[in-house]
Design a protein around this ligand. Sequence first.
Ligand SMILES: [Zn+2]
Length: 189
Amino acid sequence: MPQLDQNEVHFFEELREAGVLEDVNGNCLDTSKGVILVTCADGSHFGDIFKRQSEMTPLIHTLALNGGGLILPHRSPANMPIGMSPTGGMICLGDIYMSQISVAQELKGISVVALHVHFPCGIARLHNIGSRHLMELLVAAKTRIKAETSEGTKVAACLHIAWPDGRKRTYFVSRDKWTEYLQATGSQS
Ligand SMILES: [Zn+2]
């Protein structure tokens, strides 16, 4: 199983110090009516992701595909084209995932989406998505869900990290703190 290299460890530790990656306690939305869990299906990590989520909500409606939130952004390399629509447009994996999220919202009446990516992730490795790109895609996935689902949808963006020392942790990702971090480090999002 791939491990985080030293640069990746340093990057995520920096994000912890900058407050971009927060402990999930106390940062959650109201999940008392349940969440739609968008997550990678990776069986090595899904159990930990689900367990942590289940400590915060009584109902989890899981939509797990390889890569989880990495599939959603229009420009993600993991958002693969899978066919043509009757009108001639391209249908991508992310379109199907978005449709599934909307259907789940209608079926269960759940307004909160727990949007997860994790690292290291096999799909990220497959598409050469590095740690910074992964963060950008997570934020872009959140933006897409907010834009293409019903008004009132809340999205909690989360990152699960399997640290090289064996610890597994789920962090809440602050979009505002990420933007501040990019400005402070002179990076472009
Ligand atoms: Zn994965």
